[in-house]
Design a protein around this ligand. Structure first.
Ligand SMILES: [Zn+2]
Ligand SMILES: [Zn+2]
Length: 342
């Protein structure tokens, strides 16, 4: 193995640099991984634009990783060279009250590879063995989708959906689509709201039963939801817009005793209509990330319950990233998920 490798580093907003970096080695308890596929997500697009809060530059992005085992350090057992795996990018402290209660995804000291620490936009990365989730059945592209799918998986887990429940997903961007996929798998009857016709249609491929054009405003949207779900509206609403105004109006789509899960993240405060909140005795949940969910998602993918074929719409090579990354912002390309190939 060469002593230097390729790395693409985001030096500052708007400027990727293809450079050489020394190849890492696996320390005690670590596995050295060859990076094969990297999913590009909203976090990366925001970081490139300089719109990612609490983000420091320079930074190596890349937290959705399909990897191959190259070697391992002392104390690591059971791994074999050449195995395929997904690298879970979450480094929780493992000692705090939150971690000990099984909720390491919201550990106050949580660090994410590719966000708080350098991630996978490079040929090799060394990581703790516990974060390397292997699968002989899945390909590198499927493995690189697991982190993203985990957002929807965890959101649905938070909602404790029952089969047959009426679910509304507001916003059919990539995050909303992951929610659609797992809500449908849970047996819910899913309605998707979006202003974009292409996205609405796409959501049907992932399990949406009904779609509503939400460009007519909140009153019109509410009426459309009542038509589908009945006067008692939705059992559960997932907001995946990250838009403060929409988040407030999403509360109105959940019926009495309903739940609302805020999946999209926005900077600022959203309004809660308090009489409505009390009258309907709504429960509002937030979601953070999918730490801990990788094995369950791998199981669902291996058994064919989650179809990943619709997801990847664009591919680009690591070397081409500095010159071609901007093309991903062009709305007309219909981006759902881009994969970087190495
Ligand atoms: Zn992501
Ligand atoms: Zn912790």
């Amino acid at each position: 193995m060469a002593s230097v490798m390729r790395q693409v580093r985001l030096n500052e907003p708007g400027r990727f640099l293809l450079r050489e970096e020394s190849t890492p080695t696996a320390g005690p308890g670590e596995v050295l991984l060859r990076v094969r596929r990297i999913g590009v997500c909203g976090t990366d697009l925001h970081a490139y634009r300089g719109r990612q809060p609490f983000f420091n530059y320079p930074r190596v992005l890349g937290h959705e990783l399909g990897v191959e085992v190259v070697s391992f350090g002392s104390g690591v057992e059971g791994f074999a060279v050449g195995e395929r795996a997904a690298l879970e990018p979450y480094l929780a402290c493992g000692r705090c009250r939150t971690c000990c209660s099984g909720r390491s995804n919201c550990c106050a000291r949580l660090e994410v590879l590719g966000v708080h620490r350098d991630g996978g936009m490079q040929d090799y990365i060394a990581a703790p063995a516990a974060l390397v989730h292997r699968s002989a059945a899945l390909d590198f592209e499927q493995l690189a989708l697991i982190e993203t799918l985990g957002i929807g998986y965890h959101a649905v887990e938070r909602a404790r959906l029952e089969p047959g429940e009426w679910v509304v997903v507001v916003g059919a961007g990539p995050i909303g689509l992951t929610v659609v996929q797992f809500a449908a798998l849970a047996g819910a009857r899913v309605t998707v709201l979006d202003v974009n016709a292409g996205r609405r249609e796409f959501s049907r491929r992932l399990g949406a039963e009904f779609v509503v054009d939400s460009s007519g405003g909140s009153a019109q949207t509410e009426a459309a939801v009542a038509e589908i779900c009945g006067d008692e509206l939705a059992h559960c609403v997932f907001d995946a817009t990250g838009n403060l105004e929409v988040m407030s109006s999403s509360l109105r789509l959940a019926g009495p005793g309903g739940r609302v899960v805020m999946v999209g993240l926005a900077l600022g405060e959203f309004r809660v209509d308090d009489p409505l909140f009390h009258r309907r005795e709504l429960s509002i949940h937030s979601t953070r990330n999918s730490a801990g969910a990788f094995p369950a998602i791998i199981g669902l993918m291996e058994s064919g319950k989650i179809d990943t074929r619709p997801w990847v719409t664009h591919r680009l090579a690591l070397d081409a990233l500095p010159s071609e990354f901007e093309t991903l912002y062009i709305p007309e390309i219909g981006l759902v998920k881009a994969m970087i190939t190495l």
